[in-house]
Design a protein around this ligand. Sequence first.
Ligand code: NAD
Ligand code: MG
Length: 387
Amino acid sequence: MEQKKKHIAIIGSTGSIGTQALDVIGRFPDHFAVEVLTANGNAALLIEQAKKFKPNVAVICDESKYREVQDALWPEGVKVYAGSKSLEEVVRMEPIDMVLTAVVGFAGLRSTISAIDAGKDIALANKETLVVAGDIITELAAQRKVKLLPVDSEHSAIFQCLVGEWQNPVEKIYLTASGGPFRGRTRKELASVTREQALKHPNWSMGAKITIDSASMMNKGLEVIEAHWLFGLKAEAIDIIIHPQSVIHSIVQFADSSMKAQMGLPDMRVPIQYALGFPWRLPADYPRLDFADFAQLTFEKPDFETFETLKHAYRALEKGGNLACVMNAANEVAVEAFLNGALDFLQIAELIGDTMEAVPFLERPGIPDYEASDAAARNYARQWLNK
Ligand code: NAD
Ligand code: MG
């Protein structure tokens, strides 16, 4: 297994994906070196991570925390930058081979595009960037001959099923979904669910935004669009299947009716490690799945009437243009409002649907159009909240 050390930048190293990625990297000091770590506001954790992993550069986006981080890290020989704008610069640094995009939301767009433009392979966790501007990102990645390696567990599963199948067209994929904490509930029951209930995911421990997205099923909607861009599939070829045990991470169906699935216990370190280490499977002692613990693996159809975010996502995918960008922005505002107690659970889907109707449709947006659509959607959604 002759391989050169991979130099990695982690954008969003203090989050759920970022910290798990560092757990992975810490296991393989001969395989990975950390070049860049970045945080939005968690200076204390960024400092701790940088002291341990000795990156070349650390970025704190919140400029008011620059001094604190700088004072702690200059004796360590780590360069410190502040402000979100620096993210676009640091991902281009010469020694970097791969950028792990572990920022949450639209905020990850510019740094992802900048990294691809500079020819860096991407381990993609930040699904919102592909939902917003998948056309531009995939085209630029092809132009720059850059790999887009999925970190999202479902997309990693599909990617793994497709290894060795490059000649064989995919007939269909099934994205599995746990169904989240509200699986099987009626709209009536959902009307009064609380933030605390929504934040209790049955199988995965993740950042707050994606946890709410999982409860509303918007996460699966975003993943349908993510799959469209990663695997070049039409909406009709992407199905969702509810699988509460989260053991089968997704399934590919081929022209001869055969299906391949990727399985394992739900542990994000596995897809993170697969993306970072690709094409190698590095030996690791993560817990193994014991079939005796799962007497039954069960499957259900998703409930599009109760979880309207799924309808919104398929509509955005079918219509194209800036609609998925608008949907994503409205969702980001809605999730924040729900977390702050300013919105009821069912209003998340309502606010998204209304914003998608209100913001003008653009057929072929460029990056500035996506930025304008994102801003227009946020504006509309905030006004909606104030009504
Ligand atoms: P998180 O909230 O735990 O972490 C987000 C990270 O991004 C933090 O390091 C934070 O400092 C940084 N950040 C947040 N806002 C920022 C901004 N405006 N500018 C710069 N940096 C910012 O989120 P997470 O759960 O780790 O998710 C990260 C991404 O990975 C999301 O797109 C999510 O959908 C995706 N993802 C997460 C999981 C998971 O298990 N957590 C699984 C699949 C996909
Ligand atoms: Mg996922």
